[in-house]
Design a protein. Structure first.
Length: 163
């Protein structure tokens, strides 16, 4: 039997909630993350200043750049709490960014992740990491495809995962 909360945590729903943003301004990860947070839909349970501070604190421990031009910035701890609304925002920076990735690549795509529990956070990270290793999905983000095309590809993968 499936977990009743699973649907609200599926990646396509999280990205629909967070959005897909092209040409996010900023010359550094910090500037781009701040710019991305400023574009997020308003959420009374989420303080943008606190979110930025938490993400930047996380970056001081270890870069969230994972390689192949991708980064996964996120706070160390779940936010805004168990009753909050998780989201994933997909951002395409205006210019590729130095993000201290393991392979030295400049980041052309980042997924800003806001989770409400450790379980949901790990599940989201796992799904994004898996998708970004699939050439079909990687080609979509590398080409800065539309929100509709990206969500359709994620839904296709989610359907396969459920089979």
């Amino acid at each position: 039997m499936k977990d009743k909360t699973e649907n609200k945590w599926n990646l396509s729903t999280l990205i629909k909630r967070g959005g897909v943003y092209h040409d996010v301004p900023g010359n550094t990860p910090k500037e781009s993350i701040a710019g991305m947070i400023g574009l997020l839909p308003p959420d009374p349970g989420l303080d943008p200043q606190k979110l930025l501070a938490e993400i930047l604190e996380r970056e001081t421990f270890m870069s969230t750049g994972i390689g192949r031009g991708i980064a996964l910035p996120h706070p160390r701890n779940p936010m805004p709490g168990e009753n909050g609304r998780p989201l994933v925002a997909l951002a395409f920076p205006r210019e590729p960014l130095d993000w201290n990735t393991p392979d030295g690549s400049k980041v052309h795509t980042f997924f800003l992740i806001v989770s409400v529990s450790v379980k949901q956070h790990l599940d989201t990270l796992s799904k994004i990491n898996f998708l970004c290793k699939q050439e079909k999905f990687y080609s979509l983000i590398k080409a800065r495809s539309s929100k509709e095309d990206i969500i359709a590809a994620i839904r296709e993968a989610e359907t396969a995962w459920e089979a």
